[in-house]
Design a protein around this ligand. Sequence first.
Ligand code: SF4
Length: 199
Amino acid sequence: MNTDRFTSDGKLWISVSDIVQFYYCPRKFYLMKIGLPRKIMMKMDFGKKEYEREIKRIRRREEIFGFRREDVEELIEGWSEVDEELGLSGKLDFLLKVNGELIPVEVKYSEFRRPKLEWKKQIYAYALLIERKTGEVVKRGLIYVLPWKDVLEVKIDGEDKLKIIKDLDRIRRTLERGELPKKVNSAKCKYCEMREFCG
Ligand code: SF4
């Protein structure tokens, strides 16, 4: 058994990015997990550069993701956690502490200006990791969308976090079955990095 891929009690490690890919398209997730090379799309590359530029700008702004700088107690870039019991790991773009409240923030480069399901799942998964690590309840997260500079709020309740635990089982079962999931047949295929292997 490859111990890097499994927890000490034998669960396959799942990352928050895996959850995002699974909710984008289970077939894409599966193709990526079996190790096929991912094609870097021009949009992804441009988005990454724009993200890096924005990160530098954020640190100089008077307002940080919609909050006044003086209200932000902490701004942790790249907060990460590895939860052995859940077999879940993740690296968040930013963890904010505002008036005592912990708020996960993800930065996206997208034409979409509303939170997509996979973005919300990402925020729920980080909320679960943060809560289990710190003992603090996380009630909302933010998605900062470039190039628009929209700050989208995602409310989080206990059920959303419980569903992530069920998602982990579902995702592991998908891999254990060893069958390529069905195609999604949607506009998503246009932007998919695994399109050439999809068949
Ligand atoms: S091309 Fe479409 S169906 Fe195929 S993996 Fe990508 S998103 Fe899924």
